[in-house]
Ligand binder design. Structure first.
Ligand code: AMP
Ligand code: ZN
Length: 140
């Protein structure tokens, strides 16, 4: 496992800090964003630490994309959004705040005007309930 000291997402991978996880396999992990832009806002990361799209190795990138598709299908089934935005930021100037490669899935309902990031912390109990719905959809 490629890890970086003081990386918050590496700490989630190692279990040193908690996250509301929805999916995990050998190479990837998906969990709920703690500052959701909308209900169901989730993050998909490579377990190995790569800073961004310019650094990530091909196999890890492919694995993240496949998990993103799997999770997007589960979110569609569970939450029935009208659409979903998948985004990914490279460099602080482009809005990246956590320097460990990840993709965002942000569900949209018709008329939503959402930023790429949430404005503040979501209610953990609500996020946990939404995560349970997504996990159910992944399992069925
Ligand atoms: P960015 O690097 O701009 O793509 O965004 C990083 C995202 O990670 C933001 O949307 C944060 O709300 C989210 N985030 C930061 N720390 C955590 C954490 N411990 N658990 C879940 N999400 C987090
Ligand atoms: Zn990391």
């Amino acid at each position: 496992m490629i890890q970086s000291d003081n990386c918050i997402f590496c700490k989630i991978v190692s279990g040193a800090i908690p996250a509301i996880k929805v999916y995990e396999d050998e190479q990837t992990l998906a969990f709920m964003d703690i500052n959701p832009a909308s209900d169901g806002h989730s993050l998909i990361i490579s377990k190995d630490h790569y800073e961004n799209l310019l650094e990530i190795e091909e196999g890890a990138l492919t694995a993240v994309m496949l998990t993103t598709q799997r999770l997007a299908r589960a979110i569609k089934k569970a939450l029935k959004p009208d659409g979903m935005r998948v985004s990914q930021f490279n460099g602080a100037a482009a809005g990246q705040t956590v320097f460990h490669y990840h993709a965002h899935i942000v569900p949209y309902h018709q008329g939503d005007k959402l930023g790429s990031h949430g404005r503040g912390p979501g209610d953990p109990e609500v996020i946990k309930q939404i995560a349970a719905q997504i996990r159910d959809a992944l399992g069925s």
